[in-house]
Write a protein that binds this ligand. Structure first.
Ligand code: CA
Ligand code: CA
Length: 479
């Protein structure tokens, strides 16, 4: 009798799960900053599909920060729900599965799977790591019920490298391989042959042909562009004529007021910027990033149209995010890393059917690490007590409410940024750098106020949010 009762309870729970739980479409766009029409980060960028998503309930979470400023640690933090300073996963070479404090954490897709969802994925969600002694790589396959390898894309029109013909600088480190900063057109001028396009098409087909065994789904789709190299069909370059390109605003000698513990300027211009400067390629770099964003936007459109045409359109939460920002010349740099806003700030868009309004921008301060507890709450799953983030469900329901708790971004061990919407405070232990910026007066973070006595109290207030625990860096991959 007791056995029968257990079976009946089990069946009831399952049927409730299948009918009442919303699905989740979790979309990652690698290395996309705020250059999206509806974010206003660049006046020239063309992102019609993301803008359409915004017009149809995809709320712009305008002031979202990343937990870390490079792929691996940002993704590890947002997928485990645990900060880098607690997990020891600080860099791309730290696989979370090798870090003692991270390896047993239940990641977001596993958590959904454990609570009755069918998890399925294609594309980059976890950062890819080598496995010691093995040829194959760890892509995070273990986190999903179904994990699918991406389909092959097309190559560039020329096999010569670099495609952009940009030479190394005299005396430049040899390790700075061409792939680190290259762009050019792909063969055939056909976006449908590109890897990301095929990923979008595949996902759309899943949404229109599958019932996932009657379970709600957690589908994670990762687009690899606009990550370098910026190889996309010529037509995307043609959308941005070179002579019309407007460069981001920069400040001469911006790095001059960032001083290390020896009293010297802490950072020099990055090699990528020095190359672009020497060979007059700033406009070309910006053009190529814009072109690659528009290609990624087309892929997002294929996926979102696929969802809109499917039977899941009205009961699927969409959470779309970039893993960290990108510098396009600001602070004399092309790329990510460090703790300035160009790297720390990220795009995040959220659609909760019947909850998020059309064409709405929300200015609350959130962090990508908050996505885990937010999705858990939206889907009615039990709270994961190990999550460091804060659910912003209340904010999604009331997007104009006050929501400005300071938030953390980490670059390396004891290298942190605290941001509260008005000020950003950066504290880097290894070189003794402190920076403080007032975004109300200085939205581009040009004037470092860390040593200005008028701001001493503000600095102390933000310092109090620096993490007290700092786990040493976890083991690095061999290669
Ligand atoms: Ca990335
Ligand atoms: Ca400056």
């Amino acid at each position: 009798m007791l056995f029968l009762a257990v079976i009946i309870v089990g069946i009831n729970t399952l049927s409730v799960t299948a009918q009442d739980k919303p699905n989740v479409l979790f979309i990652s766009i690698d290395d996309l900053n705020d250059w999206i029409g509806c974010f206003g980060g660049n006046p020239q960028v063309k992102t019609p599909n993301l803008d359409k998503f915004h017009a149809e309930g995809g709320m712009v979470m305008y002031d979202t920060q990343a937990p870390a400023t490079v792929c691996g640690p940002s993704r590890s933090a947002l997928l485990t729900g645990v900060r880098a300073c607690k997990s020891g996963v600080y860099g791309n070479r730290n696989n979370l599965k090798n870090a003692p404090k991270a390896k047993d954490l239940i990641t977001l897709p596993e958590y959904f799977s454990k609570h009755g969802y069918h998890s399925i994925s294609m594309g980059k969600i976890f950062h890819k790591h080598s496995i010691p002694g093995q040829k194959k790589k760890d892509n995070g396959e273990w986190a999903f019920d179904e994990w699918h390898k991406t389909l092959a894309g097309v190559g560039t029109i020329s096999k010569e490298r670099p495609v952009n013909g940009l030479p190394n600088l005299p005396n430049e480190k040899k390790s700075y391989h061409y792939k680190a900063f290259d762009w050019g057109p792909t063969k055939g001028n056909d976006e449908t042959k590109m890897k990301d396009y095929q990923t979008a098409k595949w996902a759309s087909e899943q949404l229109n042909t599958r019932d996932f065994d009657g379970k709600p789904f957690f589908m994670a789709i990762g687009f690899s562009k606009p990550h370098l190299s910026w190889y996309v069909p010529q037509k995307y370059f043609d959308m941005y004529p070179l002579d019309k390109i407007v460069l981001p605003k920069t400040c001469d000698n911006d790095l001059g007021d960032i001083i290390n513990k020896y009293g010297k300027q802490a950072y020099k211009a990055h090699w990528s910027w020095l190359r672009a400067e020497k060979y007059d390629r700033h406009k070309e770099s910006v053009q190529a990033y814009l072109a690659t964003i528009t290609f990624a936007d087309d892929c997002v459109g294929v996926l979102l149209d696929g969802l809109a045409n499917s039977k899941y359109a009205d009961n699927t939460i969409v959470m779309l995010w970039g893993d960290h920002g990108w510098h396009l010349g600001e602070k004399q740099k092309y790329g990510k890393t460090y703790l300035w806003q160009e790297s720390a700030r990220v795009p995040l868009m959220v659609k909760v059917p019947a909850v998020t309004p059309n064409k709405k921008q929300c200015n609350g301060i959130v962090n990508l690490i908050d996505m885990y507890p937010t999705l858990v709450e939206l889907c009615g799953l039990p709270r994961n007590p190990l999550n460091d983030g804060r659910s912003f469900v209340e904010l999604l329901k009331n997007p104009d409410m006050e929501w400005n708790e300071p938030t953390l971004t980490t670059d390396k061990y004891k290298s942190h940024r605290i941001y509260d919407g008005r000020y950003s405070y950066i504290n880097v232990q290894h070189n003794g750098v402190e920076e403080l910026y007032d975004h109300e007066k200085d939205p581009m973070e040009w004037t470092n106020l860390a040593n200005n006595p008028e701001y001493a109290e503000i600095k102390e207030r933000l310092r109090a949010y620096l993490p007290k625990e700092n786990e040493p860096e976890g083991p690095r991959n061999i290669d």
